[in-house]
Design a protein around this ligand. Sequence first.
Ligand code: HH2
Length: 325
Amino acid sequence: MIHRPLVALAGAHRLAGGWCRFDLVERLGPEGRDIVMASALDPRVLRRLTQPRADIAGLSTDRPRIMGILNVTPDSFSDGGRHASRDAALAQARAMVAEGADILDIGGESTRPGAREVQVQEELDRTIPVIEAIRAEMAIPISIDTRKARVAQAALSAGADIVNDVSAMSFDTQMPAVVAKSEKPVCLMHAQGTPETMQKDPSYSDVVRDVIQALADRQAAARAAGITGENIITDPGIGFGKTHDHNLTLMAHLSALHDLGAPILFGASRKRFIGTLTGVETAAERVHGSVAAALHAAAQGAQILRVHDVAATREALKVWMAASA
Ligand code: HH2
């Protein structure tokens, strides 16, 4: 006798044109939450959830993409000082590409809790030679992790393809114009407060709804500045003005961000809450917990996973994608 599965896990609707399928939707209303059939949704909402997202820097968004983190800083919380010279950074870029990174994210200012702002010239000196060196050797999409318009502009001129702004373009009033003129994608990340102060008692009335509303406002500001919808990426900003419970609630409801109609970037790699959950104190050793967080985000349809441990994430994703196809 042949046993056939009676339960099909695949749903009728494809999330954002990607690899996740769904039939039910949890609605997060001001009066609470309810679960409804996706087919009963307002057709405009259903279209926003299902519409395939645009390519990002030439990469299709129909499978999870790995963004390898390359901090050229002396003080980043997990890799600070390790790739501070141009040669060390280039070697790390080569290694991450060999391990399967789809994008490299270059940062010259730590935004860990309590970090002090870095002067523009210092940030330029750290990042631009590295971007030039990578661009001279590799075709991989490069993103510049900065809050400063002058750094973004110089990075784009040096060959960067994406601007990743942890202030969602609210730190520097010139940023929206620089991004709009470049016609390149920008990642709008949610943060409550600035890195210096953000972990001092962050609070929300409903963290998921508040983060989505704040991102929708920044999306509208970006559009008003002339940035097209297909060039906007959103990010809940794990660890940026969030308690341990805020981070976990946002992760549990990550797929709700698809209602913004944009690709989702998710960055939990080696962050404090993973240390709290696993008991692993040293940030660079939080690999297993970080991989679990990345797989969870992939299962919620997040299109870009920002990680330090590219090989481990790539291997885990390969198995997970093959098994869930
Ligand atoms: N997290 C960090 C930095 N940039 N960008 C996006 N879009 N999303 C994130 O979650 C995010 C980010 C912080 O991590 P890291 O770069 O590893 O450390 P540091 O800020 O200390 O350099």
